[in-house]
Design a protein around this ligand. Structure first.
Ligand SMILES: *[C@@H]1O[C@H](CO)[C@@H](O)[C@H](O)[C@H]1NC(C)=O
Ligand SMILES: *[C@@H]1O[C@H](CO)[C@@H](O)[C@H](O)[C@H]1NC(C)=O
Ligand SMILES: *[C@@H]1O[C@H](CO)[C@@H](O)[C@H](O)[C@H]1NC(C)=O
Ligand SMILES: *[C@@H]1O[C@H](CO)[C@@H](O)[C@H](O)[C@H]1NC(C)=O
Ligand SMILES: *[C@@H]1O[C@H](CO)[C@@H](O)[C@H](O)[C@H]1NC(C)=O
Ligand SMILES: *[C@@H]1O[C@H](CO)[C@@H](O)[C@H](O)[C@H]1NC(C)=O
Ligand SMILES: *[C@@H]1O[C@H](CO)[C@@H](O)[C@H](O)[C@H]1NC(C)=O
Length: 340
């Protein structure tokens, strides 16, 4: 109870702008009083109240410069603001509609368990997904839940056969990525159906614009295709021009009532080396396997030091869920899909 309250106070302190906090520090009460409880002997004694107030002295937790001495760890991330600041200029982005909130929470739990802290944005594609994600992410300094800014999508998992809706969701990711790149941030876009075993960030070092998984081992960019569901982008001029064109092409198609996959449009640009040449680094397929490879019993018997598994080619929510459960990779106690 007491710690609960302190938490709330600290959260308030932290979520308020720090500048404001510093300006008003002297006026700000450092002692927080709970309402007086029911007085012990109200009816008989009209003298002074004997009811006690629980007193929480926030100055025991907050330094003069506004730094928290007992920093808040997010419930979803187990990270503090200071942890996030240790990885400046990097944002992890994922998206989920209501049907995939559980899958997204499972991914975040896998990230939490390996102790990776990164400034994370989760884009909720509908109001219910937003409300639910917000409930879990509340007060978490590492996880920012944002509601889609480009039209809500269905809450249920759209069938791939109903092209437009399914690809409608997938095609909005690029606009989010572009916004972040334009702020000079490096972006890791991760589909929600990934499971993290180890910290992937050391694999995103070096001289490249985009780091991504390919469908084949060949290093000749024009001869292979890439998967857009787990992609690391640096905010270089080349990347920004590339993603801008990617977004434009998707928008133009949409206006014509066409919904090619974001991935096919991306691959078309890469194959044609347009609008500019981007330097690609290909992620190791043994370290970043896809579902069909990873869940293969013969692959499981081998020693692969998997970094991130992406259940990309395990189609549909029910199949993903059952694979995660079968392999002991279902870490959360929530199911949101109504589409079984
Ligand atoms: C609150 O805590 C600070 C630092 O521990 C202490 O100096 C101050 O006297 C305390 N105030 C009250 C009202 O207990
Ligand atoms: C949260 O992080 C702290 C500090 O790294 C660690 O000691 C603790 O075990 C973690 N808790 C969970 C639930 O992961
Ligand atoms: C986290 O990322 C957002 C962009 O999504 C940015 O505005 C914010 O400043 C970042 N926070 C930190 C602590 O780096
Ligand atoms: C991309 O590769 C070219 C040729 O190898 C090189 O000149 C250029 O500096 C690279 N750009 C980046 C952003 O790494
Ligand atoms: C990147 O683009 C900006 C603005 O378009 C330009 O001023 C700058 O010279 C470019 N940098 C490189 C390395 O091409
Ligand atoms: C796989 O790893 C385990 C534990 O690290 C080791 O005991 C075993 O010999 C390895 N097997 C192969 C085939 O490398
Ligand atoms: C999941 O939550 C329900 C309700 O809070 C609880 O009864 C159940 O024991 C939980 N299961 C696990 C595996 O944590």
């Amino acid at each position: 109870m007491a710690s609960d309250h302190v938490f709330k106070v600290l959260f308030l302190v932290q979520s308020a702008a720090f500048t404001l906090f510093i300006i008003h520090y002297s006026q700000m009460t450092t002692v927080v009083l709970k309402p007086v409880g029911k007085l012990n002997d109200e009816k008989h004694c009209h003298c002074k109240p004997t009811g006690t107030r629980e007193v929480f002295n926030t100055s025991a937790y907050v330094h003069q410069n506004g730094e928290l001495l007992m920093p808040i760890r997010g419930q979803l991330s187990n990270c503090t603001l200071a942890d996030i600041k240790k990885r400046p200029g990097v944002v992890m982005l994922t998206t989920a509609n209501l049907a995939f909130v559980d899958i997204a929470l499972n991914m975040l739990e896998s990230v939490k368990r390996i102790g990776v802290c990164v400034n994370t944005t989760v884009i909720a594609e509908d109001q219910k997904a937003y409300d639910l994600l917000l409930k879990y992410a509340k007060g978490d300094p590492a996880i920012y839940v944002q509601k889609t800014n480009s039209g809500e999508m269905d809450e249920i998992e759209p069938s791939r056969r109903l092209g437009s809706h399914y690809y409608g969701i997938m095609n909005k990711r690029q606009a989010y990525i572009l916004t972040l790149l334009e702020q000079g941030l490096e972006v890791l876009f991760s589909d929600s159906d990934t499971f993290w075993f180890r910290d992937p960030f050391p694999y995103f070092q070096g001289d490249f614009d985009i780091s991504i998984r390919s469908f084949s081992k060949t290093r000749i960019i024009s001869k292979t295709h890439f998967c857009s569901g787990f992609i690391y982008l640096k905010p270089t001029n080349a990347t920004i021009q590339f993603v801008r064109t990617w977004v434009e092409l998707l928008d133009n198609n949409k206006k014509k009532g066409k919904f090619p996959t974001d991935q096919s449009v991306m691959n078309g640009l890469l194959t044609a080396d347009k609008p500019v040449h981007v330097n690609i680094t290909i992620l190791d397929e043994d370290l970043f396997p896809w579902g069909s490879t990873f869940f293969d019993p013969s692959w499981q018997k081998q020693n692969h030091s998997t970094v991130v598994m992406h259940a990309a080619n395990i189609p549909g929510h029910p199949a993903k869920l059952s694979k995660f459960k079968e392999f002991g990779m279902w870490l959360v106690n929530v199911t949101t899909s109504s589409n079984r």
